[in-house]
Ligand binder design. Structure first.
Ligand code: ADP
Ligand code: MG
Length: 391
């Protein structure tokens, strides 16, 4: 069967020209939060230098896009997500992932600057609420709201005859449990149809709205319901994945077409060992790493045109099956901190993103799949054995 795999690879490589790229990898460097030594220097819109602290010469990494510290939310949106919105309006699925260690800027990209902690009673007066809303309508607003606004903009431009419905759901996966962020309560179950094709979350609220203000407040409120637990890495580190799904249904004379955009603020990619987690924290770390591992495996398999992709390893990948399969475009935005003290996490993220990126690049340049078929496996084997050590 080796021969058939290689001819498949050839087919796939030529059937996917650069503009049909399925996996786009971007790296975003967040602004330095303190005046200190740096480990990252952005040298172009597609490359950066990483300094390991003088042990060896700075190393250059290249990606589809590199966003530097002062690049705006709008630039990030236009480059990464706006092209996907067009697809979704045409009835396709698409996904954007914010990957990176805790504190690297994932939530900033997806949602915008949200208060780090619950406002104290003193802050909860009417002015605080006004200031808060003013904040989220600013130019710092993140990809989630921008995508929704963009979708409404396209629908309005299509005129009053167009019959399009937009609905959103927002959930978190924490310790392999699914919770509704729009209507917080007990954990929800995944349901599969008899063929395992369609996966739904039983009881998850789907809200149909056309008001920007309502969407913004729903997302901010939902984000506040996310499970925040302290770890040594960050006092309010987010140990959960947050998954926003925007469904666009358009009735046409030929029938109804439906596209779905998944925007995911992934849990911190830092390793359990690093954060000195114990007990409950350690278990969370293991769950988080396992689902990031499963996601990485799926993305690798899909990018390599594998015939079998294992979505079953985590709730995250089961939920995203619909987004990742078929004619789906995926954008990974890997986030890194520029301060030297975060050097190790930054390096891990750069390497993860580099692997994803090199797979796409190889596909574009028509390299046979067989040549790098085993390439990701080694990486994951060592990750898996590390994870085993941690548990
Ligand atoms: P994560 O979600 O990855 O844990 P956050 O998005 O919470 O990280 O970012 C950590 C801190 O850095 C926050 O105070 C956030 O406001 C700030 N920050 C992150 N990215 C940016 C950015 N591009 N511009 C300005 N501030 C940022
Ligand atoms: Mg976050």
């Amino acid at each position: 069967s080796g021969g058939s795999t290689s001819s498949q690879g050839r087919q796939l490589a030529t059937a996917q020209p650069a503009q049909e790229e399925r996996l786009v990898v971007a790296v975003r460097v967040r602004p330095s939060l303190e005046a200190t030594e740096r480990c990252i220097e952005v040298i172009s819109s597609g490359s950066l230098l990483y300094d390991d602290g003088g042990k060896s010469r700075p190393r250059k990494y290249s990606y589809d896009h590199v966003f530097k510290e002062n690049d705006t939310q709008e630039q990030v949106y236009k480059t990464t997500t706006a092209p996907l919105v067009k697809d979704v309006l045409n009835g396709y699925n698409a996904a954007v992932f914010a990957y990176g260690a805790t504190g690297s800027g994932k939530t900033h990209t997806m949602l915008g600057p949200v208060p780090r902690k619950k406002p104290s009673t003193a802050d909860r007066g009417p002015t605080a609420v006004v200031g808060y809303e003013a904040d989220v309508s600013s130019q710092d607003i993140g990809l989630m709201v921008r995508a929704i606004e963009d979708i409404f903009g396209h629908i309005e431009a299509a005129g009053p005859e167009s019959s399009t419905k937009v609905s959103i759901s927002y959930l978190e996966i924490y310790n392999e449990l699914i919770r509704d962020l729009l209507n917080p309560g007990g954990p929800l179950e995944l349901r599969e149809d008899h063929r395992g094709q369609r996966i739904t979350v039983a009881g998850l609220s789907e809200i149909t709205t056309s008001s920007r203000k309502e969407v913004v407040s729903l997302l901010i409120k939902g984000n506040k319901s996310r499970t925040m637990e302290p770890t040594a890495a960050n006092q309010t580190s987010s140990r959960s994945h947050a998954l926003l799904s925007i469904t666009v249904q358009t009735r046409t004379s030929l029938g109804t077409k439906q596209g779905r955009l998944f925007l995911t603020d992934l849990a911190g990619s830092e390793r359990a060992k690093k954060t000195k987690n114990r007990g409950k924290r350690l278990q969370e770390g293991a769950h988080i790493n396992r689902s990031l591992l499963a996601l990485g495996n799926c993305i690798n398999a899909l990018s390599g045109g594998a015939r079998y992709v294992n979505y079953r390893d985590s709730k995250l990948t089961r939920l995203l099956k619909e987004a990742l399969s078929g004619r789906c475009k995926t954008v990974m935005i890997a986030h890194v901190a520029p301060e030297s003290k975060h050097r190790d996490e930054t390096k891990n993220t750069l390497v993860y993103a580099d692997r994803a990126n090199s797979i796409t690049t190889k596909l574009q340049s028509s390299v046979y799949i067989d040549e790098f078929k085993n390439f990701p496996t080694k990486h994951y084997q060592s990750l898996v054995s590390e994870l085993r050590d941690e548990v």
